[in-house]
Design a binder for this molecule. Structure first.
Ligand SMILES: [Zn+2]
Length: 86
């Protein structure tokens, strides 16, 4: 089982009713799993690319309205794994 499959299992067995403590644990586990799945940064024309989880800027301004993506950055500071190739 990989992270994506584990996330699907948790999603399909999400606790019902007002079991708030269990829901909170599920939410934390699902968030942690989501961050393990390499995800494409949000790319914006004429603006820095952003982390899909926390919105951090993942590009450096190089002048003339241009930004250089930090493509060697594999993990954002928030823990989100990044996939620049998509
Ligand atoms: Zn982030």
């Amino acid at each position: 089982m990989d992270y994506k499959e584990a996330l699907e299992v948790l999603t399909s067995h999400y606790p019902s009713g007002d079991r708030n403590e269990l829901k909170e644990a599920y939410n934390l586990a699902m968030l942690a799993l989501q961050k393990q799945i390499p995800t494409s940064p949000i790319k914006n024309e004429w603006s820095p690319s952003e982390c899909p989880s926390c919105g951090s800027k993942l590009s450096d301004f190089i002048g003339d309205g241009l930004y250089k993506d930090r493509i060697n950055l594999k993990i954002c500071e928030c823990g989100q794994c990044l996939n620049w190739k998509k």
